[in-house]
Design a protein around this ligand. Sequence first.
Ligand SMILES: Cc1cc2nc3c(=O)[nH]c(=O)nc-3n(C[C@H](O)[C@H](O)[C@H](O)COP(=O)(O)OP(=O)(O)OC[C@H]3O[C@@H](n4cnc5c(N)ncnc54)[C@H](O)[C@@H]3O)c2cc1C
Length: 413
Amino acid sequence: MARSEVLVLGAGMVGVSCAAHLQKRGISTTLLDRRGAGEETSHGNAGQIESSRMLPIAFPHSLREIARHALGLAPESNFHWSAIPGLVPFLLRYWAASGERQLIATARALRPMLAVSPEEHEALAALAGTPQLIRRKGWLKIFRTGAGLEATSGDRALADEYGVPYTILTREEVLALEPHLRPEFQHGVFWPGTGSSPNPGALTKSYAALFEKLGGVFVRGDARSLHEYEGGFRVETEAGPVDAKRVVIALGPWSMDVARKFGVRAPFAYKRGYHMHFAPAGNATLERAVLDIEGGYMIAPMDRGIRLSTGVEFADRDAPPTPVQLERTLPDARKLFPLGEALDAKPWVGSRPAIADSLPVIGPSPKNPNVICALGHAHLGFTLGPPTGRLVADLIEGKKPFVDAGPFRAERF
Ligand SMILES: Cc1cc2nc3c(=O)[nH]c(=O)nc-3n(C[C@H](O)[C@H](O)[C@H](O)COP(=O)(O)OP(=O)(O)OC[C@H]3O[C@@H](n4cnc5c(N)ncnc54)[C@H](O)[C@@H]3O)c2cc1C
């Protein structure tokens, strides 16, 4: 039987960042996953370190917009109708959290964590010896219409208030930045602060390797075997039982499988998404990710090729994949950038672990203060892994948290 101070469940970007921060502070930590580190959601995302994300992605409020999504006319979304009855409580709360005032409050709560995310990543990557897995080239949002640009003015108003840099670009200025794009759009906005990784899974693995280099122990096992034991906790692993005084739940889309037992009642849903890689045609190159908001997709340069990723699909976590959003968006993506042959045999699918108010749960569980949640990061878990790790380590050490953890507490539901 092995013993450590803290047991971190889940080795995605959130879990490995928690484990690395804890071990770095001399707190003996075991990290558990049923597979290797960074092989699920933290592998398949679009790789953006979105320090310049302002307003969260909202549930539409106008009837016209709701109808557009419901009728399958919005390329950025898809629904499995069979999942909708179970989703109603989540969707009602998501709708309520998507009013203008609430979105601004959410943006303000997340801002301190988002603002430090590139530096927090760079610090871990430097220690891990993988600085090449982080790039600082910003990202581009393109707009096909003036109305599309105007619809995002709330983001820029908030960015002005916080001093987050951006530049509105003409089509020609966008093409000067990314010469291989085709002029399928009218405007662009360049956000220079956004970082990215050309290989999100490898970056996550490198933080797990850093954790082990610092003396942490990585084990394979099923987190659902966690139970209270002799005043602490025990989990069964391939290497035998592991005991710990405290537990961190960082199981991404699987978090509620364990968190529910400890009284976490957050309205949780799976915002699934897909990706597929393509070779750039000819000598075409792409320096940074390009988000086509009206087209409902993003293209990002990765080690493997150009990663085309989709918006949100509301479905059961384990339902068979239905990559209709890739089919819908691929023609537009091909028009925007010369994509060559597909490099993957089939699309990747994963689930953003989403909470209805678009804020993660970070902090003690309602039933047991020694169970710490680090879950529900939705669209921003790759970005927010390292700052979440710092915050969790502050909470476990009993230090003043480096940001206000109040908005993230589990008891808000
Ligand atoms: C298409 C798409 C694009 C995205 N783009 C971005 C982006 O550009 N930027 C950004 O910041 N975020 C992005 N995200 C969101 C981001 O990927 C997630 O928020 C983040 O990866 C969640 O990290 P995590 O560590 O919480 O979960 P995960 O990475 O899913 O890790 C959870 C871990 O728990 C393990 N696990 C689960 N159940 C068990 C069990 N019973 N026992 C043991 N282990 C278990 C899994 O094996 C896994 O390793 C995107 C998501 C998608 C789907």
